[in-house]
Design a protein around this ligand. Structure first.
Ligand code: EPU
Length: 337
């Protein structure tokens, strides 16, 4: 394990922010992790996964531990299902590709999401009608204080919309080391009802889609709307889609009958933040090197040399304007550090 001082994190966060870690180490195994945990008991640490869901406003004074533990293993299987364990440092999309190559169904709608397997449960990643919780059975994590390994099952994780126990009561207390997924080997349950997927399958001339066809459709949709972080720094959706009460929704609907919405429950409605931001006039706008993506207003982008603070200023301006125009508060989805 090589410990580096004053290390630039530019290549370790998908926003491409040039913030520095005072001390940095990349950890390749559970053994290395345990060794560090026992030797650095008192050191403040910062756990870094794929860096795809954070905005670095400042340099990091804590000791940055980059979790780079790799490996994918089949735990058990029967005729219909397979339980696969993937280590935390596996790249998410590469894990999806592994599943597609082996004809394991369940994660195809989650194709091309940036980030790593180990950070996927923290915010219960989701796209096109599927969330991580739909294929998750458990994860292993090491408790930082006690250094003991703990297993969290589906119920323990308290998954919600872009939410889990790891963003709440367990926040900062555990390091996830691996995740177990339950996937299908045949009779895959395809989720194609999300409007854009059906349309894309139609465009591709696919009548009886396989999991690969669904994955390809998702990839095409994402590529048409979401910037590739390797070409244009970004962190996916910057804000969560706000959920408002039925009462508030009635008012909103009268004023903006054209706005898209999803009914979450009879008392709650979700409004796409991207629509609100576009309507507020920010789509495609650029302020120095910070900007709002031209094809998806929910995505803030770094044109090259924006600082975390500049992106954050833009986020606050958008948040203020949306609140002023619609009376709706939009909450960041990314971790602001
Ligand atoms: N819309 C606009 N203008 C925009 C963007 C969106 O009017 O600039 C409208 C669209 O026309 C559509 C609605 O808003 O009617 C929803 O848009 P879209 O289907 O693109 O999804 P989203 O709500 O913007 C969410 C997730 C994405 C995920 C997609 C697809 C959140 C915060 N975001 O976005 O997740 O890929 O659905 O399932 O829930 C991410 O979390 O990083 C992410 C990209």
């Amino acid at each position: 394990m090589e410990v580096e001082n004053h290390k630039s994190l530019k290549d370790y966060n998908t926003f491409g922010i040039d913030a520095y870690a005072k001390k940095f180490v990349s950890i390749a195994s559970e053994k290395e992790l345990k060794t560090l945990l026992s030797s650095e008991r008192k050191t403040p640490i910062f756990i870094l996964g794929g860096g795809s869901n954070m905005l670095l406003r400042n340099n990091i004074e804590a000791f940055v531990w980059h979790i780079n533990i790799k490996g994918i293993e089949i735990l058990s299987e029967n005729d219909q299902e397979v339980w696969v364990e993937a280590k935390a440092g596996e790249n998410w999309h590469e894990f999806v590709l592994y599943c597609l190559q082996n004809n394991y169904g369940g994660v195809e709608n989650l194709s091309l999401i940036p980030g790593n397997v180990g950070t996927a449960p923290i915010q219960n990643i989701g796209a096109y009608g599927v969330e991580l919780k739909d294929v998750f059975t458990s994860c292993k994590a090491i408790e930082i204080d006690s250094q003991e390994e703990k297993e969290f099952n589906l119920k323990d994780c308290k998954f919600g919309y872009r939410d889990s126990i790891f963003k709440n009561e367990a926040k900062g207390k555990y390091i996830i080391t691996s995740v177990v997924f339950k996937l299908t080997k045949n009779h895959h349950q395809l989720h194609t009802s999300y409007g854009a997927i059906q349309q894309q399958l139609l465009t591709n001339g696919v009548e009886n889609p396989t999991i690969r066809d669904v994955s390809e459709a998702v990839i095409e949709i994402r590529q048409s709307k979401l910037p590739n972080p390797k070409e244009l720094g970004n962190s996916g959706s910057f804000f969560k889609n706000p959920i408002i009460t039925a009462e508030k929704f009635q008012e909103f609907r009268l004023q903006f009958p054209e706005a898209p919405f999803y009914e979450v429950s009879p008392t709650e409605f979700k409004i796409p933040a991207g629509w609100l931001i576009e309507k507020a006039g920010f789509k495609g706008k650029r302020y120095g090197d910070a900007g709002v993506h031209k094809n998806q207003a929910l995505v803030l982008v770094n044109y090259g040399n924006a600082t975390g603070e500049e992106i954050w200023e833009l986020a606050l301006t958008i948040q203020r304007e949306v609140k002023k125009l619609f009376g709706i508060y939009i909450e960041p989805e990314v971790n602001v550090i």
